[in-house]
Design a protein around this ligand. Structure first.
Ligand code: SF4
Length: 171
């Protein structure tokens, strides 16, 4: 079996980075046109009463340091480019959570002259949390489900990689 020590360290570092990201993701919050109802619920979720930090999520000010983008509201014409720019500045792997009916479907603002539409009309969305506005418990539930699915995806990718390595070493 051929082992490349350089590659081994690179792989180990990648695995460590993925593990750290999944277990302690940093999130950025962006309001692309909401009425502020969803934003107030997100703030409540971060307070000690609901304490989103207990599942490892920390609110972050810069998209360059964030793993999760939490979006609220429909996307207005004015905020479309800003939303895209924030998404593009985030490092890979990155995930988007749409919070509230407006972020999911345009909600109460559907059809307004200044509204482009829902968030996934502009950037890809990984998790949807419905409600007008969703309660902090629903936001925590949505974020935890996203993290669980990321853990499963990561462990599936690792076992596929291990089987590929085993197959390589047998040839
Ligand atoms: S879902 Fe409701 S609370 Fe949230 S931005 Fe839309 S109207 Fe406001």
């Amino acid at each position: 079996m051929n082992i490349n020590p350089e590659r081994m360290w690179e792989d180990a570092l990648e695995k460590l980075k993925t593990w750290a990201r999944i277990n302690s993701p940093w999130a950025i919050h962006y309001n692309s046109g909401s009425c502020n109802g969803c934003d107030i619920e997100i703030l409540a979720t971060l307070t000690p009463r609901y304490d989103l930090e207990r599942v490892g999520v920390k609110l972050q000010g810069s998209p360059r340091h964030a793993d999760i983008l939490i979006c609220t509201g429909p996307v207005t014409l004015q905020s479309r480019e800003r939303l895209k720019r924030i998404y593009e500045q985030m490092p890979e792997p990155k995930f988007v959570v749409a919070v509230g009916s407006c972020a999911i479907s345009g909600g109460a603002f559907q059809g307004c002259y200044n509204v482009v539409g829902h968030v996934d009309a502009v950037i890809p969305v990984d998790a949807y949390i419905p409600g007008c506005p969703p309660r902090p418990e629903a936001i925590i539930d949505g974020v935890v489900k996203l993290l669980e699915s990321l853990k499963k995806t990561d462990s599936r990718a690792q076992s596929a990689e291990n089987s590929a390595q085993t197959a390589d070493s047998e040839h």
